[in-house]
Design a protein around this ligand. Sequence first.
Ligand code: PLP
Length: 396
Amino acid sequence: MKQIYFDNNATAEMLTEVRDAMLPLIGGAYNASSVHGIGRATKALIEVARGNILAAIGAAKAKYNLVFTASATEANNLLIDNFADSHIFISAIEHPSIDRPAADKALVTKIKVDADGLLDLTHLEQELARSKAGKKLVSIICANNETGVIQDVSAILKLTRHYNAIFHTDAVQAFGRIEINIKNLDIDLLTISGHKCGGPAGVGVLIYKRDLKLLPQILGGGQELGLRSGTENVTAIVGMGKLAELLPQVVNRYARIRTLRDSLEDAISDIAPIKIFGKEVVRLPNTSCITMPHINNDVQMINFDLSGFAISAGSACSSGKIETSSVLLAMGVDENEAKCAIRISLGLSNTDKEIKEFVTTWRTIYSRLSDGFNEQDQLVQRGFLQQPDNNNNYIH
Ligand code: PLP
């Protein structure tokens, strides 16, 4: 079934130029560790991609290294594992690929965010000042995957420097959507992914200052500066390199997407008293986290799905079950309201017509569900829920 795709923060459609750069490599035999001509040519392709990505974010080769991994999740795990002996400070709204590995470490402090989803700098300062640890890492998500809220990285960095901590940012959602210049900000480490704004899945990147001595998580043939063994996914790396080459144009194209996102929010605000999370602060141009008053997001999701729209609730876990968003709860949003929030994340190919269709659908779904219509019974009929039990609870 053809659906209108509004779930680009989960993964995005590949740019034609990226696909065209990758296609000639599919089906070939490319191992960058081989010493023959094809192997050397493969290595050269990887080095071009590495150079493109470093250049795209203003990271001088003399100062930064870049290691390719199989995903940003792996890059984030590699980062956190390398600071297991440090006091780690993360925000309360990190992606699980930071939050989960950090949870295992000896000394971790979670820093609060405010109602807009911005890091509480006073809390960070208090905790940094209190810490007696010799080594400290501050790792803060650059742009949140659920709300799109962008942190004030330069203010966080200033504090970090004052307390002699190392600074990392997970820029997976920001890369390609807003300009990131690592040089201006003097970031120590940064994670990005291939697949959120037109590159391929299956490749992640950790960029780090050369004077940081990192240790590998995966041992073997010693590829990627010895930091990430395993034969490189050269096709995906070349695709990501192509994306990096196109980056300034890609970022510019998000100006149109911002207009579409804003028109969608304005139109829906005219229909009902919705809440738009992070609306008062700087956000990614493509992301909108909005409520439909009193309608749970699982019910909304099914209705939008049946109406031909691929959207998401902020925090579907890998089993597809929707959990209440820990990001919204950390922002102090009431649990019942958080349960009514969905995430719309636009991509470069979305059109004004699609936005208008979505707004019409939103109005229809809202008036139907808020009009005494028994949604639960309807879902039972369609097989999404089981009949209620004796206590009248519907079972998912
Ligand atoms: N960090 C953030 C903020 C993300 O949104 C995601 C993916 O959704 C990741 C990390 C993990 O990226 P990957 O899919 O490349 O593992």
